[in-house]
Design a protein around this ligand. Structure first.
Ligand SMILES: *Cc1c(COP(=O)(O)O)cnc(C)c1O
Length: 390
């Protein structure tokens, strides 16, 4: 499972990496293996310290990122493991807008010390570089969740490397199919594999990838010492999900682009954000630094928070749910979380999946039509919902 796959293209890596060696009548896939005690004499010896199904998933994620991956029980566990590689009193530069629980975790570190965290607008390259003058570590996320700002990763990763600043990139939203930060000079790449990698809304899992052997060893140690180990079923499902990541990405991205373009012309869409739209402030940067524009878009709907809440209750095909990157399209009003303080009240984040784009469009426009005038209370659920105005 450590064979060199560098000659293969991503679609082939996703399908073929991490397979067991061929043996007559042996399965093509590693089975689900519930295990704690392992027979002595191997490299691991105990299930918390590593096991073959984890290694298969790690080989696949590592090959896609161009490094070596270590898997964890969730994306947050992966982020915490990445933080253990940053010095105890480090000055960290981080995005002002980022996945809310990562940001909350960084804010907590800043409050409690001795680490300090400076929050910057990651789309403002000069502001990030200026903040890096006084920094030991740079934490990046791009595109950012949920505002879809795009950072200049090639420039920022190079600058961090030149200045000896430890650079971590949360690559959850883009996935290694759209950008490979390790190849740009980042020290670590963090993933919530819960999202697009798993891709079916049925597991929690995380991963950190690194190039340097020393970093990989410390990530293994972090998993051994803190015990954020992935479950057997989750590992199996995630590897299965990864097999179709390129295919799902292709479909969902083209659906997202089409929905974004159609929404721009819709009377109830106050502002549509998708990195693939020319109107997106970072469109040129996304076009030149990423090989696709991703599967998320946001729309601010006319009528404020109440209307937005009515829309999420009125959709039927699209699920009202958090998370993203799955075959199922989902949407939510992001400002419903108190932690999303920078997000407009009326902003819906839509994670576009692999349904037919016309069905998604019909669902969304029906929900917008059914809720026109809703500005007071939310609608009732269901197809016959009547909306209340106040
Ligand atoms: C969801 C998410 C995480 C956290 O991952 P979990 O698997 O939910 O723990 C971290 N970063 C980003 C960008 C995310 O979207």
């Amino acid at each position: 499972m450590t064979e060199d796959r560098s000659a293969l293209r991503v679609e082939s890596i996703a399908v073929s990496a991490g397979r067991p060696a061929a043996s007559p009548d042996g399965p093509l896939n590693l089975p689900i293996t519930p295990a704690s005690a392992l027979h002595a004499g191997g490299d691991s010896g105990y299930a918390r310290d590593g096991q073959p199904p984890w290694a298969a998933l790690e080989a696949t994620i590592g090959a896609l990122e161009g490094g070596h991956a270590v898997v964890f029980s969730s994306g947050m566990a992966a982020a915490q493991a990445a933080l253990t590689l940053i010095g105890p009193a480090a000055r960290i530069v981080a995005p002002a807008v980022a996945y809310m629980d990562v940001r909350r975790s960084l804010m907590r570190q800043d409050e409690t010390g001795p680490r300090s965290v400076t929050f910057v607008d990651v789309a403002d390259t000069q502001a990030v570089l200026d903040a890096c003058e006084q920094a030991d570590a740079l934490w990046l996320e791009s595109p950012t969740n949920p505002l879809l700002e795009v950072a200049d990763l090639p420039r920022l990763c190079t600058a961090a490397r030149e200045r000896g600043i430890f650079c971590v990139v949360d690559n959850t939203m883009a996935t290694p199919l759209l950008q490979q930060p390790l190849l740009l000079g980042a020290d670590l790449v963090v993933h919530s594999a819960t999202k697009a990698m798993g891709g079916h809304s049925d597991l929690l899992l995380g991963a950190v990838a690194a190039s340097a052997a020393g970093s990989v060893a410390r990530l293994h140690e972090a998993r051994e010492l803190y015990g954020a180990t992935p479950g057997a079923l989750e590992v199996f499902l995630c590897l299965r999900g990864l097999r179709t990541l390129p295919l799902r990405m292709q479909c969902a991205q083209s659906n997202a682009m089409a929905l974004a373009e159609r929404l721009v012309g819709h009377r109830d869409a106050l502002e549509v954000r998708y990195p693939g739209l020319r109107s997106h402030p970072d469109h040129q940067r996304a076009a030149s630094t990423m090989s696709g524009f991703g599967t998320l878009l946001t729309v601010r709907v006319a009528g404020g928070a109440a209307r937005a809440d009515a829309v999420v209750d009125a959709v039927q095909l699209i699920a009202h749910a958090t998370s993203f990157g799955a075959v199922e399209s989902t949407l939510e009003r992001r400002a419903r979380y108190p932690a999303e303080r920078d997000v407009p009240d009326d902003l819906l984040r839509i994670s576009v999946g692999c349904e037919h784009v016309d069905d998604l469009w019909d669902d969304l426009t029906r929900a917008l039509d059914a809720t026109r005038g809703a500005s007071g209370r939310s609608c009732m659920n269901g197809p016959t919902s009547t909306c209340c105005t106040s």
